[in-house]
Design a protein around this ligand. Structure first.
Ligand SMILES: O=P(O)(O)O[C@@H]1C[C@H](O)[C@@H](CO)O1
Length: 288
């Protein structure tokens, strides 16, 4: 068990101090930020002229407790654009405070990032989805948020954003269109677009829960991303969300199949090249 601090609150000044540390360490001033999901840390491997900083070397920065999250922050160049890439996120189910889960988005905002590309591994609920498919997130259902567990719960610091931010078009429509163009350019034919549902985890869903989500219009289910997206929308970042369908959700009682984290990580390995080329071409297309 790592010696992890779970409950610290990250005030504006705390995020600012981390930002200042990074700006002193790196000459990069990225306008695009990437968060790598489970098993997707190798997305950062495509950055050139890398400056890698371990989370453990950043004062007052959280660590990752989940396998498949490398816990490094990578600055570099992708298709001539400076980028910051976080190899590992902080999930609510790890026991972290809401402000810690919001930290990646808020840090990117203070660093001057304008576009946040957020990735995750997710279970495919839509019966047309197969492991290895990439789903462009069109919208989300924030189950914990709908029940009072929003990442924005608590006193609002107006320096990050307003008390009542809109989430309309939070998954920016222009970026979604660019991903489709990039997919075509890369020969990725099985690109999907759908609704991602955030659940608290860490247990995988029951068959009854999955059937409920399917009836509610959910295409893919996961345990992350939405808190970061809500925090990003709060501070006015444009967001592009990509789910790698790592496994098919098991909606049947008559099977011994079970979802598991190893399968999630394995799909990350086998689909890495596709995600890398997609994100790389997306960056070429983005104008910032
Ligand atoms: O960080 P992400 O959402 O990519 O990770 C998913 C959700 C759980 O953390 C884990 C389950 O295997 O993968």
């Amino acid at each position: 068990m790592k010696n992890v601090k779970y409950n610290e609150n990250y005030s504006y000044e705390d995020v600012e101090a981390i930002c200042k540390f990074l700006l002193e360490k790196s000459h990069y001033r990225p306008k695009i930020g990437i968060i790598c999901g489970s098993g997707l840390s190798n997305l950062a491997d495509i950055l050139q002229e890398q400056e890698v900083i371990a989370y453990s070397d950043i004062p007052n920065f959280p660590t990752c407790t989940v396998q498949g999250h490398r816990a490094c922050l990578v600055f570099g160049i992708l298709n001539d654009k400076p980028v910051i890439c976080m190899q590992g996120r902080f999930h609510k189910y790890e026991g972290y405070s809401t402000s810690k889960v919001a930290l990646p988005a808020r840090l990117m905002y203070l660093l001057g990032v304008e576009i946040m590309i957020v990735t995750n591994a997710a279970g495919g609920i839509n019966s047309d989805y197969d492991p290895g498919n990439i789903m462009i997130i069109k919208d989300h259902i924030n189950f914990p948020g709908m029940a009072g567990g929003s990442v924005l719960r608590g006193p609002n610091d107006e320096r990050f954003g307003p008390r009542f931010p809109t989430m309309n078009n939070v998954y920016n429509d222009k970026l979604r269109e660019l991903v489709k163009v990039a997919a075509k350019n890369c020969g990725i034919s099985n690109i999907r677009e759908g609704v991602y549902c955030f659940l608290g985890g860490p247990s995988f869903e029951t068959v009854a829960e999955l059937r409920f989500l399917k009836a509610a219009g959910v295409d893919a289910v996961g345990m992350s991303t939405v808190p970061e997206v809500v925090a990003a929308g709060h501070c006015g970042l444009k967001v592009c969300g990509l789910s790698l369908i790592s496994n098919k959700a098991i909606m049947d009682y008559d099977t011994d199949d079970k979802p598991n984290h190893e399968e999630v990580l394995d799909t990350g390995k086998t689909s890495c090249a596709n995600i890398q080329s997609l994100v790389s071409d997306l960056l070429r297309l983005i104008e910032v």
